[in-house]
Design a protein around this ligand. Sequence first.
Ligand SMILES: Cc1cc2nc3c(=O)[nH]c(=O)nc-3n(C[C@H](O)[C@H](O)[C@H](O)COP(=O)(O)OP(=O)(O)OC[C@H]3O[C@@H](n4cnc5c(N)ncnc54)[C@H](O)[C@@H]3O)c2cc1C
Length: 278
Amino acid sequence: MGHCIVQEAEAILDKEFPVLDKGFVRLVDYLGSDERIVQSARVSYGSGTKSFREDKGLINYLLRNDHTSPFEQVIFTFHTKMPVFVARQWVRHRTARINEISGRYSVMKNEFYVPAPEDVAFQSQDNKQGRSDESIPEELRNSVREKLEEEQNRIYENYRSLLDENVARELARVNLPLSLYTEWYWQIDLHNLFHFLKLSMDAHAQKEIRVYAEEMFKIASKVCPVAMDAFENHIQGSVRFSSKELDALNSVLGGGANPLSGKDLERFEAKLRDRRQL
Ligand SMILES: Cc1cc2nc3c(=O)[nH]c(=O)nc-3n(C[C@H](O)[C@H](O)[C@H](O)COP(=O)(O)OP(=O)(O)OC[C@H]3O[C@@H](n4cnc5c(N)ncnc54)[C@H](O)[C@@H]3O)c2cc1C
C-alpha cells in the first residue's frame, strides 16, 4: 500500500519526448498504477493485489464491463508543447485540469509549426476533414513550407515591433497565428485519458494531434502497462456495430447473404477494412 512507485515511469519522469518539429510531451508526475486500480476495485472485498495473472484478469474484466471508476484513481500530469491549432482540438476534452502559458504575461517565442515535407498533402476528396494520400510534387511541398515560414516570420517581426513600441502584450499578440506553439500542464485521470486517446489516436484524427496522443500512450504504458494493454484491446481496437450491422454479421457468419446495401453496406465494410489494415 502507500505510494505506487513504478520504476519504468520513474525512469522517464521529466524527460521531454519530441513531437512535431518543435513540440514535446513530458510526464511531470503520476499518481497510482495498475496496482492502484486493483486495490481500489477490491476495496469492497477487503483484499488488495493478488497474483499478476489475477490482477490482469481483473483490470480486463473492469474495462470489458465499463466498470470505469477504479481507472479514475490513476492520475497523470503532462507538460506538453504543441501548435495552437492542436491545442484547440485538445481543449475540447473538458475533463482535464489545464494551466496554459499566458500571452498576456509572457512574450511568446518565435516558434511556429511548419509541416515536414512528407506531411504536406492535398485536400482529400472523400473525407472533407482530411488530407489525401495522393503524392504531391516536391516543388509544391517546398513552396508550401516556404510560404508558411515567410508569413510566420513577417507576423513575428510585427509582433516584436509592437512590443518594442510598448504596446500591451495582450494586444500585440492578437494576430499571432494558429501555427504558434503554446504549452500547458494537463492533468487527467486514466478513465478520461482513455477517452482522449481513443479519439485522438484514431486514424481519422488529424495527424498533428495523433502524434501527441501516441507519445502519451507510450508514456502511460510505462505507468500502468496492464491497463494500457486492456485499453488497446477493449477500447482503442474495438469497433461499434449498430444493431443492423450485428444482424448482418450474424447472417454472414451463418453462411447467409449480407442484408445491408448502399451507404449502410459501405460503412459496414469500411469498419471491417479499417480494422484489417491496422
Ligand atoms: C475526428 C474528429 C472530428 C471533430 N470535428 C469537430 C468539428 O468539426 N467541430 C467541433 O466543434 N468539434 C469537433 N470535434 C470535437 C468533438 O465534437 C468533441 O467535442 C471532442 O472530441 C471531445 O469529446 P467529448 O465531449 O466526448 O470529450 P470530453 O469533454 O473529454 O468528455 C468526456 C465525457 O464526459 C462527458 N462530459 C464532459 N463534460 C461534461 C459536462 N460538463 N456535462 C456533462 N457531461 C460532460 C462527455 O459527454 C463525454 O462523454 C471532432 C472530434 C474528432 C475526434
